[in-house]
Design a protein around this ligand. Structure first.
Ligand code: PEP
Ligand code: MN
Length: 360
């Protein structure tokens, strides 16, 4: 890996020529496990070692972390390898212990970010610290809640702040453990352009063989860093076994990742790009024009329905349109999912138009 963009804020202190990498096990299990992994990661692109000490588990009875004793192992790993140490904190007591043990980076987990009381308690306990604090997105796709967490920490005078995108829970099973919904971190980056944005492909994918692909996507979207769960013996890890990679695999991932430039100022590139962009602009204008015309027709249908006292929603007709468009979309190389979302939005807009006509 190499770097692509001017680093900003606290990331500058790392003086990296590549994106920031945080790696280490999901959980600290034993002193030996922590030290072994940290030594394997020592001379690599990794700057920060991660290990969960307190583990929030969905259901009781699982391994809930080794607790405060693990902080001593992290101190030892730091002394022996020089790596900075990161762990998750979920309440004021965790913060106090982590600070007492000189932990460098504290992250707030997805199950904590959803709870403003908990985030406020952590922010109060951290008030004014110069440690790096990273806020994971909440488990649900709620940008305001994520921003709220960031604001609570800003208000507590924490200067070295960043965010981690770890994907969002869904009820349906997908190929992801937590679906990325990339638009949400992108919106956050637009709102806070100076806030370092780190991707957690481990918790997004839940599977080690998808880590490379999602890491590459994150770098293609200008993420500033990656946090990747790494274990000496992934299959026998005490938590999140399926998604952890070995230090050797991690190094291979770094070799294969391509860090692309944020932009290019060469004149040949610019003139080609400008040509293509003006085509896009013209097509976008046409799309809007067509949609405007479609809504005018929808209004006329609304008038007809009103005159004949017919219901607005005609399910049979709507299902026919959707099915037909999905098939035709396929022929044009458009994914089923995209066509479905697009036509659901168009249909909703038509209904809104007709509601106005019928009820006025
Ligand atoms: C973790 O990082 O191990 C963890 C529990 O993550 P999340 O809060 O994203 O589920
Ligand atoms: Mn984990």
């Amino acid at each position: 890996m190499e770097n692509k963009k001017e680093m900003r804020t606290w990331l500058d202190d790392f003086k990296l020529d590549h994106p920031l990498v945080i790696a280490g096990p999901c959980s600290a299990e034993t002193e030996e496990q922590v030290l072994k992994i940290a030594h394997e990661l020592k001379n690599s692109d990794v700057s920060i070692f991660r290990a969960g000490i307190w583990k929030p588990r969905t259901r009781p009875g699982g391994f809930e972390g080794v607790g405060a004793i693990g902080l001593k192992w992290l101190q030892k790993a730091k002394a022996e390898t020089g790596l900075l140490m990161a762990t998750e904190v979920a309440n004021a007591a965790h913060v106090k212990l982590a600070l007492e043990h000189d932990i460098d980076v504290l992250w707030i987990g997805a199950r904590t970010t959803v709870n403003p009381f908990a985030v406020q308690e952590i922010a109060d306990a951290l008030e004014g610290t110069d440690k790096i604090v990273l806020v994971k997105n909440p488990v649900n796709p709620d940008l305001a809640l994520w921003i709220g967490g960031v604001e609570r920490l800003y208000k507590a005078n924490i200067k070295k702040l960043g965010v981690i995108h770890r994907g969002f829970s869904t009820y349906e099973k997908t190929k992801y453990r937590n679906i990325p919904e990339w638009q949400i971190p992108i919106d956050l980056q637009n709102r806070f352009p100076d806030l370092p944005l780190i991707c957690d492909p481990s918790h997004i994918t839940g599977k080690r063989d998808m880590i490379q692909e999602v890491s590459q996507q994150a770098l293609d979207m200008n993420f500033d860093g990656l946090i990747i769960e790494t274990h000496i013996d992934p299959d026998n890890a005490w938590s999140d076994a399926a998604q952890q990679v070995t230090p050797t695999t991690l190094k291979q991932i770094f070799e294969d990742l391509k860090v692309r430039k944020e932009t290019e100022s060469g004149s040949e590139y610019l003139s080609k790009m400008n040509g293509l962009r003006s085509q896009i602009d013209e097509l976008d204008a046409k799309i809007l024009e067509v949609l405007g015309s479609r809504m005018k027709v929808a209004d006329k249908i609304g008038v007809l329905k009103k005159e004949n006292n017919v219901a607005i929603l005609q399910n049979k007709r709507w299902n026919e349109i959707l099915g037909k468009m999905i098939l035709e979309g396929e022929e044009k190389g458009l994914s089923n999912d995209f066509v479905m979302h697009l036509f659901k939005a168009i249909h909703q807009e038509s209904i809104n138009h007709q509601e106005k006509v019928v009820n006025n």
